[in-house]
Design a protein around this ligand. Sequence first.
Ligand SMILES: [Zn+2]
Length: 332
Amino acid sequence: MRRSMWILVPALGLAVWGLLATRSPARSEVGNVERLAPDVYFYEGDLKGRGHCNNGWVVFEDYVLVIDANFPSGAKETLAKIREMTDKPVRFAFDTHHHGDHAYGNQVWVENGAVPVGHTGVAEEMKKYEPSRWEEAAKGREDVRASKLKPPTVLFPDTLIFDDGKHRVELRHFGVAHTHGDGFAWLPKEKVLFTGDACVNGPYNYMGDGDSGQWIKTLARAQRLGATTIGPGHGPSGTSTLLDEQILYFQTLRRRVRSAVDGKSPGEVQAAIETLRVQITADPRIARFVGDFFPAQVGKVYQELTGKTLPDRKAERDAARWHLAWHHPHNH
Ligand SMILES: [Zn+2]
């Protein structure tokens, strides 16, 4: 008995080591503030439990700039984390895009003295989709119901720069990606890039409001910045390879769907979704991007490539409800 234990323990250790070694580069953890560089922080939101997005913040000489407004409950949680380290005022809340988990917390930041900032496309998308999406989210979320919709009031068409000599943050728009108004926060000195949902680290790509072909080009422009640390919209932080892998996932998805479409009816393509899932999951670099949204992702790419829709669009509706209002489809 004792002898077999001695053999088992190192074997177990090796197995655990093997698991850790093959994990994607990730240093953050839900509930823990991660310091990416001096005065630059990343906080991975509680996505599964409360639908929160990730937040970043930069402590300037006189104020704090927070990246993403989160849902109202996430805004309060992140504000408390910021307050634990500095009493400088939070002056700006940057919405990386218009979705509720990144922008519905704007009112919380306003009440705490900040101004919501976004690419002009964020305001345009809100005009297009709101207030109906907000009302839908309010039905299922107490925090949204208790707050109000507040679009960004400082808008930039292309670039907005915050620079106090010590820190520099460039808010940039590189084109259509996850939405038509995605903004990135780029810190050239620290080589840190906050991406919003234009890049995620895990099975979180909601594609319903974007365009995957343009998304790849937009990410390629972001890639040219030369970031070494990535703060994604959902999932743990990563290194430059995270951007490469996010691009590779969309390229592979488009290539696989394109070949599945060849000579097939929409119903046949729909029936092939699980085969596509197995094929794409076989690549270890991108397997972690495949998850519950996969059938909806295939449906969206199919529509982009053919102009037609798959016969059963339930997965696409569920993905929209899940990503936009954070009603988990399995809870219905
Ligand atoms: Zn989103």
